[in-house]
Design a protein around this ligand. Sequence first.
Ligand code: HPA
Length: 296
Amino acid sequence: MLSMSDFASCGSYEECSATADWLRAHTQVRPKVGIVCGSGLGGLAEMLKDPQVFKYSDIPNFPSSTVHGHAGQLVFGTLKGKPCVCMQGRFHLYEGYPIQKITLPMRVFKLMGVETMIMTNAAGGLNQDYKVGDVMIIKDHINMPGFAGISPLAGPNDDRFGVRFPCMSDAYDRELRQLAHDVAAELGYSDFLQEGVYCVLGGPSFETIAECRMLHSLGADAVGMSTVHEVIVARHAGMRCFALSLISNRAVMDYDSQEKANHEEVLETGRLRAQQLEKMVSTIVARLDNDNNNSF
Ligand code: HPA
């Protein structure tokens, strides 16, 4: 259990530096790309060459992952020759961690030299044109907890990470989204590729029918319980972000429907589409320097 003093120091420069120093002392890898794997999508981490694995419970200041389908480990290695760090399992608001703890890895990665963050998640499809198994490039987000003042940037701002009022109109990098479209077309994945708006909620209960209808009418194409807080902290610290949602279920919008959202369906869809999603992400990583002037 966290004490009050833990809350105060969560995600602070000192705390994140201590974690980054510990990791630097335990691995030779100096990652330029950070990857966060969503529910059932942890296979990406297994593509890393010469992997060095750290259980979250062994890393100073890291919370541990409590969700089934999330391995709970950090993997360093190279993907297509690029030095990467991969979170095999992430942290969520509904696990009860302070929000600054959930996003602590983003700041640790920044301090280790990461320039580009790639996030994946499983999400419920609100857009009626979306099918289970579609992959949605996130072009924008709606931060529902943020409307209630729940933000990983709440509290005193540390200018060493970023500015007090960071811009979010360019949160999801345009060039990387274009690169993803190009890669998907080359791989023959365009049939199941979408691009849309992701809405984050606190969870862990899935949405009611009325909530799904409301979110859809507000312009959300998919709904989930992750990613946005990580993106806000990564953007605050000046990292480029790219994120994909695997549409693992269709959000229930109709009172006559017998469908029910459940975590097993989320994991099963992940298993079915995982390899293609991994191929897409690894191809994007392979192209980062060529197409996007990333300095490797
Ligand atoms: N709602 C919220 N989060 C989710 C869903 C959903 O339908 N599917 C996967 N994560």
